[in-house]
Design a protein around this ligand. Structure first.
Ligand code: NAD
Ligand code: WQD
Length: 339
């Protein structure tokens, strides 16, 4: 298939391009580089040996996006583009709603005007809120989000579902990612957070690199085996392959379908620290801090639906994830900026 990737230069998009190309698909990328760079695209080209059409375009720019699709007709869009910093979304709600929601509205309008009615959307386990059932299956009701970022995912899921109701020729696949970590085993591409990382694994790798002094563990009084938060970490290459698998749902004309993309295993913060130390031999000093506002105790998926219907399951284990996260950090101490 010919696939448009919005936000394709970002962490998950860049890994997905590679897996799509390996599976025989062709790609076209748009990204405004607000949280990425053309260097990521050059690295993907280096890994794959394929020259990739990519355009510095904001998905809110109707004319520019139309011009790309005039030149590159596509069968399906994988929609990664969006702002994703949870804390920032609390202080900049309008910017988050505008970028993520207006951007999606413009995108689907341009797609339909170009005869493409297939979309795979990057949603998040955050739409479950504090889940009533663990492990979380796709039929568990959506919950209350604790921040504007989460609400944009919640609302975009609804908007795309309504679009299908109005015009059943749309196929909408909502992929609810759990906690992506790791990096491409080549060490050429990975997650490139701005400033001090908010997420656990990039924080740990920066402690390992000596850029940060010690890990702050947010709370050890949750109802979990060691009291620290439990999450379903998934290797970004597995997640990328989940998108290739999701194309089958589009080919089968499923209408609207939701898939959890996780491993089904939960690890606590302290278990992640241990796994990182085992995988790398580097000690991670930590202190226990109070809970982070908005956090929940436990969140992990029941990933069986994606296996049953798409034949997809995660293959990498937690040590692989830690090793590849560290390999990326070690080789690229300043991310995509060469030093
Ligand atoms: P990322 O920030 O690395 O990638 C998003 C990309 O979108 C960036 O390259 C950014 O420059 C681009 N972008 C943002 N707004 C744009 C706009 N208006 N026009 C064009 N490009 C724009 O993030 P990621 O981790 O790769 O996440 C990809 C998607 O998956 C996002 O939608 C994110 O919300 C979602 N998601 C991420 C996680 C996670 O933990 N990383 C979890 C669940 C869902
Ligand atoms: C994981 C665990 C923290 C940092 C977020 C978003 C979610 C999704 C993925 C996009 C928790 C603990 C963390 C630190 C810590 N993103 N922690 N010290 O919060 O599960 O999910 O990213 O959709 O929407 O909310 O991921 O990596 O921030 O935290 O103790 O410095 O690590 O409390 O238990 P989270 P995370």
């Amino acid at each position: 298939m010919k696939i448009l990737l919005t936000g394709g230069a970002g962490f998950i998009g860049s890994h997905t391009i590679i897996e799509l190309l390996y599976a025989g698909h062709s790609v076209c990328v748009v990204d405004n580089f607000v949280n990425s760079s053309a260097e990521a695209m050059r690295r993907v080209e280096k890994i794959t040996g394929v020259s990739i059409p990519f355009y510095q375009v904001d998905i809110r720019d109707h004319d520019a996006l139309s011009a790309v699709l005039d030149q590159h007709p596509v069968d399906c869009c994988i929609h990664f583009a969006g702002l994703k910093a949870v804390g920032e979304s609390v202080s900049l709600p309008l910017e988050y709603y505008e970028n993520n929601i207006s951007g999606t509205l413009v995108l689907v309008d341009v797609l339909r005007k170009h005869g493409c009615r297939n979309i795979i959307f990057s949603s998040s386990a955050t739409v479950y809120g504090d889940p009533a059932v663990i492990p979380i299956t796709e039929d568990v009701s959506k919950g209350k989000c604790t921040n504007p970022y989460g609400w944009t995912k919640w609302m975009i899921e609804q908007i795309l579902t309504d679009l299908h109701t109005a015009d059943p020729s749309w196929n909408v696949v909502l992929l609810r990612y759990f906690n992506p970590i790791g990096a491409h085993p080549s060490g050429l591409i990975g997650e490139n957070p701005n400033g001090v990382p908010n997420n656990l694994m990039p924080y740990i790798t920066q402690v390992a690199a000596g850029k940060l002094e010690c890990l702050h563990v947010f709370g050890n009084d949750y109802d979990t085996p060691d009291g620290t938060g439990v999450r379903d970490y998934i290797h970004v290459v597995d997640l990328a392959r989940g998108h290739v698998a999701a194309l089958q749902a589009v080919e089968k004309n499923v209408g609207v379908e939701i898939y959890n993309i996780g491993t089904g295993k939960g690890y606590s913060v302290l278990e992640i620290v241990k796994a990182f130390e085992n995988a790398t031999g580097i000690e991670i000093p930590y202190v226990i801090d109070p809970r982070r506002p908005g956090d929940i105790g436990t969140c992990y998926s029941a990933p069986g639906k994606a296996l049953a219907e798409l034949g997809w399951k995660a293959e990498f284990d937690i040590e692989d994830m830690c090793r590849d996260s560290w390999n990326w950090q070690k080789r690229n101490p300043n991310g995509y900026v060469s030093d």
